[in-house]
Design a protein around this ligand. Structure first.
Ligand code: PNS
Length: 161
């Protein structure tokens, strides 16, 4: 049976750390859907269309990955896609508490769905979308932690080096 996994997140923007997790997930599951949260409450730097476009370009080299967006409860979306697995990346122990709580909450809501954690490469353990945005905003270089298309988009967005 084909196993579909959903890799959800804000992806604001997608980083090399996310791409690493997506690549590893794609090597395990038949199909991976990278799903960008349409979050009306949280102020995103990039629109959902921009976040999806950056993710699509960054993941185009992986055949069994598609990019989509979702609204509302993650477990409802996972069921709608006939997926059985939620992928989440772990960078450090500090991620664990939040991730553990979210996994238990999702299990309570949908016991048949499994949360599958993938540990990042240590070289990405400090990379987050928010730090990428902030560093770029204040003129620092993020060239090594995001793909070229995202770097170009950051330049366009913030008008910085
Ligand atoms: O990249 P992020 O911001 O850490 O991703 C968080 C995300 C999108 C996975 C989480 O906020 C989510 O699933 N939101 C959808 C609403 C939902 O289902 N909430 C209950 C989970 S406890």
């Amino acid at each position: 049976m084909k196993v579909i996994a959903i890799y959800p997140g804000s992806f604001d923007p997608i980083t090399n750390g996310h791409i690493y997790i997506a690549e590893r997930a794609a090597a395990i599951f038949d199909e991976v859907i990278v799903s960008v949260l349409v979050n009306e409450r949280k102020n995103s730097a990039f629109s959902v269309d921009e976040r999806c476009e950056m993710a699509r370009e960054s993941l185009a080299h992986i055949k069994n990955i598609t990019v989509d967006s979702f609204n509302g409860l993650l477990v409802d979306y996972v069921r709608q896609k006939n997926a059985g697995v939620i992928i989440r990346g772990l960078r450090a122990m500090s991620d664990f508490e939040y991730e553990f709580q979210m996994a238990l909450m999702n299990r309570q809501l949908a016991p048949e769905i499994e949360t599958f954690f993938i540990v990042t490469d240590p070289k990405y353990s400090y990379v987050s979308s928010s730090s990428v945005r902030e560093i770029f905003h204040f003129g620092g270089t993020v060239r090594d932690v995001v793909p070229k298309n995202v770097f170009d988009k950051l330049r366009e967005h913030y008008g910085k080096p």
